[in-house]
Design a protein around this ligand. Sequence first.
Ligand code: GSH
Length: 204
Amino acid sequence: MKIYETRQAPNPRRLRIFLAEKGIDLADFEIEQLDLAAGDNLSETFKTKNPMGGVPVLEFDDGHCLSESMAICRYFEATHPDPPLMGDSAESQAMIEMWNRRMELHLLLPVAMAFRHTTGHFSDREAVFPDYGADRAKTATKMFDFLDRHLADESHIAGDDYTVADITALAAIDFARVIDLRIGDRPHLAAWYERVSARPSAKA
Ligand SMILES: N[C@@H](CCC(=O)N[C@@H](CS)C(=O)NCC(=O)O)C(=O)O
């Protein structure tokens, strides 16, 4: 199997952390690094693998491809159920899905939009609206406040256990540093951040 990814980008990092938590060695895959700034992901060849043009992409040995980070993670959750990162009961699966969606929609996406629209990193392929970028950065900051309150009573984003929701939040928070958006003086969020960053998987 082959993974198309980009080392610095947050979605591929979600997948790398997920695999590390599962004990799946990246060395077992062929890896191709794409230079997103150069537009490697916009080529016609890559679009046959993911018509949406994003990384990561998992290519199976017969050539068919799976994209969307969470779809890829779900595949590995099914093939390597231990440790469960997406829940092991109907209720825990639904709760973790809820928290992961919150982290995607209200944290990772605003951070990504703040990056794209304040830096103009992808101005070769999209219109750039700096005011929108600044607004998305504010939204991400509000989410930091929300998470600080939430984590006053919880050890992890979705409850007692480390899950994919922690992975999404960690990838978003680390990527936010690129635009100098930091969690700052929020004690509960900072304690969680220290806990999840100390896991070996965070190096992925
Ligand atoms: N929803 C997709 C998003 C994929 C995505 O947009 N990846 C970014 C990198 S984090 C990308 O490839 N950006 C390049 C571009 O937009 O041209 C996922 O979860 O995998």
